[in-house]
Write a protein that binds this ligand. Structure first.
Ligand code: ATP
Length: 365
């Protein structure tokens, strides 16, 4: 039924030109964002960019300075007008530290938010959610006997129990250690998709956003810089900020000449740029293909290895690249597997151009 209603009523959540100021400072600026039924959207961005404030506005915990918020067809927040309180919004909330009621068992905690069903059905729904999140065995224990990760699973089950139209999650996995986090993320994503629950997830971790999201909204200074699928943001970044946010990159500058820009790794196509334009060239470390030149002794005009380190699944190489015109560039290459050439090893270099991005220097930040 809810699915049908969602389908007929458009987005599950819509933020329309939402703005929020604290003491005269705008921390959220004219944000437009919508969530379709069943869609997981991640608000991603550095600390302090306004992610949590935006989530709190959607939840009704923060009143925006201007703009409107819709949940399904209902207007739940408008300037100087309607302001539906959080408990009446039909949203599920979970935070980094989700406090469970200490005096209630796990099952009672999860049942707590379901007000509409008879007791038997309440319990069977709660048990179903606990089962899906791998916690059915702990139904009758008290929260203090559980680990942090287990408590977080119960908190997610509790938030999902009333079948909210929208789940709002603020860094729900960030206090967990890496191994546990991966497993809980995986289980949570499965449950959200099985229940077709529209979800807004706040995170500062690009890998988490890429794993969880159908769409990512990447924020900086209260604004959304780019919205799109993880693949769109990673492979078609709108700005250098987007490239840099997904990991360290090699940066180089150049000038466009005859639709090309010269680098120590060869001439790159710059046909979309004006003649004479200054361009920033961003090269992901995994774009650099390194081939050892066996038997060749490196001299100071040959590209060579300065240092190599095994990171685990990849090897990181620090390379000094030499171009035909005597240009020199230091860069990092990330190569799959164990590949640890010795210091001074002469190499030839090639670029995977799908992971190299050119931007006009003016747009660089
Ligand atoms: P983090 O990842 O560190 O939680 P964030 O992207 O979620 O960051 P917000 O918590 O939304 O960012 O904060 C955005 C800015 O708004 C910050 O500069 C913060 O200090 C400020 N801020 C948030 N809430 C308030 C408040 N109630 N009063 C005053 N300033 C606030």
């Amino acid at each position: 039924n809810d699915q049908l209603e969602n389908g007929l009523s458009g987005p599950s959540l819509m933020l329309d030109r939402v703005h929020c100021q604290f003491h005269g400072d705008s921390v959220v600026r004219d944000i437009n964002l919508h969530l379709e039924a069943g869609e997981v959207v991640c608000l991603l961005g550095p600390s302090g960019c306004g992610k949590t404030t935006l989530l709190r506005i959607a939840a009704g915990l923060q009143v925006p300075s201007s703009g409107k918020v819709f949940l399904g067809r209902s207007l739940v927040s408008a300037p100087g007008g309607v302001q539906v309180p959080p408990e009446k919004r039909n949203v599920g909330l979970a935070f980094q530290e989700s406090a469970l009621f200490p005096h209630l068992t796990v099952l009672e905690n999860v049942c707590f938010g379901i007000s509409t069903l008879p007791k038997k059905q309440k319990q069977s729904r709660a048990l179903d959610l606990l089962e899906r999140l791998g916690m059915a065995g702990a139904a009758n224990v008290y929260p203090h006997t559980l680990s942090g990760g287990q408590q977080q699973r119960v908190a997610l089950a509790r938030a999902l129990a009333p079948s909210p139209r929208v789940m709002l999650l603020d860094e729900p996995f960030s206090s967990l250690d890496a191994r546990l986090r991966d497993q809980i993320r995986d289980d949570t994503l499965h449950v959200l998709k099985e229940l077709n629950t529209a979800t807004l997830l706040v995170t500062h971790d690009p890998e988490e956003a890429m794993f969880m999201a159908d769409r990512i909204a990447l924020m900086r200074d209260g604004e959304i810089v780019q919205t799109g699928s993880p693949t769109e943001l990673y492979c078609n970044p709108a700005e250098p900020f987007v490239v840099n946010f997904f990991g360290q990159v090699n940066e180089h500058v150049g000038i466009v000449h005859d639709g090309q820009v010269a680098t120590p790794l060869g001439r790159l196509d710059a046909s979309g740029f004006d003649e004479g334009a200054n361009v920033r060239i961003l090269i992901r470390p995994e774009a650099v293909k390194v081939t050892p030149l066996e038997g060749k002794v490196a001299d100071d005009r040959t590209s060579h290895v300065i240092m190599s380190r095994l990171l685990g699944p990849t090897s990181l190489l620090h390379i000094c690249a030499h171009g035909p015109d005597g240009q020199e560039m230091h860069l990092h290459a990330k190569v799959p597997g164990v590949f640890l050439p010795e210091e001074g090893q002469a190499v030839s270099l090639e670029l995977d151009m799908s992971q190299v991005f050119l931007f006009e220097a003016e747009t660089w930040r």
